[in-house]
Design a binder for this molecule. Structure first.
Ligand code: PLP
Length: 475
């Protein structure tokens, strides 16, 4: 368990620079400033440990997914046992015991009516698969021209070709990714803090929801297969639509015979304090639901598309009318074993209930951060929360990704022993095993980290629990 030597670390850094193509912005300091590079080595519970032996609180459960926490031996044992029994079969031809058991378990946990489970390997596959499923469903239902997908702006659905189109061109540089797969139409984001119409809830009458009907009519209902959205979005800013939003979208879809697909890749499996956010917080059961991440808590890659029977029953056995889709890793038996063990832990340890209770406490404490000059908003549900970071509270202008303030905040968080992702938001989604006392420690660490970072650029003082800015931004 002892940290590695300086020489071993230097070798690892050099090998990483030469051979490991790391994605996104992280690659930059990695190549130019290896001091910024943290190589992770071990993890236990809510913490991750780097090769130098430094221990960090895992603020975002990796990428919003290590729901049961790190180092669960029983999942490792279940995986080991399954690997010895049978590691792989041709999943296009044969089901396996863990796949059938997991499908049954998921049907019992999912919103009532979502009974049929199609396994894939990651969130992007799930989204691509759900769109493909909706298109073929519509075709078999007598609407061969219904192929379009309506998604929201400020969404994140992944980076497979279909998923990337569903996400839209706003997330990565347009220059390299366009043209995108055709057929996706984007409607307004249900994002009250930055309303596209500059309206306020509830006086807005949810124009963002009625906008979806307008889009359907503009496109022609006979060309639209499905409407899709993250029930509560994660990466684009932890955005919970108002309570009426999904019920309104659901009835618009029903009116035109269009399928509703809800993407619960992040918010499924207890993250928001309910097993699933759609029925749990909005009272809505979609026609198709996509899940991933928390399904195995990251112990192995796995995802699923869970559909109503009416959807599956449209498909017929045989070559032509069966679902024209499938990956080599569909229903991988070892991943199914990991998922079964993970779900057993979530149920046994009542982690969904814990997420609701500790999440409510987290939201209460996060409110205290609002007086920081760079905290524009705090929001969330259960243990899916965010602090929106702004350059200016009045204009709500965001920092650029590489702004020195973001770099400084990242460094300050590390000093406090917290590892997370600083972008336009600071995502706060710790493992669902997090306790109230950990939340107290955590929010106090965030408060200090913001204070230290702001001091460099604004000069701030804390008086009577409130942060005051004493001069303008320093640049
Ligand atoms: N859908 C949602 C809501 C997501 O948050 C993500 C990833 O974060 C995806 C889909 C894509 O999942 P993956 O990265 O596993 O492809």
């Amino acid at each position: 368990m002892s940290p590695i030597s300086k020489k071993e670390k230097a070798t690892l850094v050099k090998q990483a620079q030469d051979h490991f193509w790391m994605h996104a912005k992280i690659w930059d300091p990695f190549m130019t400033n290896p001091e910024m590079l943290i190589i992770m080595d071990q993890a236990e519970g809510t913490h991750i440990i780097d090769v130098d032996g430094n221990k960090y609180f895992d603020l975002m459960s990796g990428l919003w997914l290590v729901n049961v926490g790190h180092g669960r031996k029983e999942i490792a044992d279940a995986v080991y046992e399954q690997m010895q029994k049978v590691c792989y079969v041709n999943t296009w031809e044969f089901p396996t015991v863990p796949a059938i058991k997991l499908a049954t378990k998921l049907a019992s946990l999912a919103p009532v009516g979502l009974d049929c489970v199609y396994f894939v390997s990651n969130g992007s596959d799930a989204v691509d698969t759900a769109w493909q499923m909706a298109k073929q469903y519509q075709y078999l239902d007598g609407f061969p021209k219904r192929y379009k997908l309506i998604t929201k702006r400020r969404a994140y659905h992944g980076v497979g070709s279909g998923a990337h189109a569903a996400t839209g061109p706003g997330f990565f540089s347009r220059k390299y990714i366009e043209p995108m797969v055709p057929g996706v139409v984007h409607s307004a984001a249900p994002f009250c803090y930055r309303c596209e119409y500059s309206l306020s809830y509830p006086n807005c009458n949810l124009l963002c929801a009625s906008d979806v009907e307008r889009q359907i009519l503009t496109e022609d209902p006979d060309t639209v297969a499905a409407v899709m959205g993250e029930t509560i979005s994660g990466s684009p800013g932890v955005i919970s639509p108002p309570p009426e939003y999904w019920p309104m979208i659901h009835s618009i879809c029903d009116k035109y015979g269009i399928l509703l697909i809800l993407d619960e890749v992040i918010c499924g499996f207890g993250r928001t304090g309910k097993w699933f956010a759609c029925d749990g917080h909005y009272g809505v059961t979609p026609d198709i639901m996509t899940v991933a991440k928390g399904i195995t808590s990251g112990y192995l890659p796995m995802a699923a598309v869970i559909a109503k029977k009416k959807v599956r029953d449209k498909f017929k056995p045989g070559w032509v009318e069966t679902f024209q889709h499938g990956y080599t890793w569909n229903a991988h038996p070892v991943c199914c074993a990991a998922a079964l063990s993970n779900l057993e832990i979530i149920e046994r340890e009542k982690l969904v209930e814990n997420a609701a209770e500790v999440g409510a406490y987290l939201m209460e404490l996060l409110e205290n951060l609002r007086s920081h000059p760079t905290v524009g908003d705090v929001r969330g549900k259960g243990l899916l929360a965010a602090v929106e970071i702004v350059k200016d509270k009045k204009t709500k202008e965001s920092f650029s990704l590489t702004d020195p303030f973001n770099v400084e905040l990242t460094q300050q968080l590390r000093k406090m022993g917290i590892i997370g992702r600083v972008r336009n938001i600071l995502g706060i989604a710790p493992p669902l095993i997090t306790t109230k006392s950990e939340v107290e420690w955590l929010v106090s660490g965030l408060d200090k980290a913001f204070g230290e970072a702001e001091e460099k650029f604004y000069s701030v003082k804390k008086k009577g629990g409130e942060w005051k800015q004493t001069r303008k931004r320093n640049r």
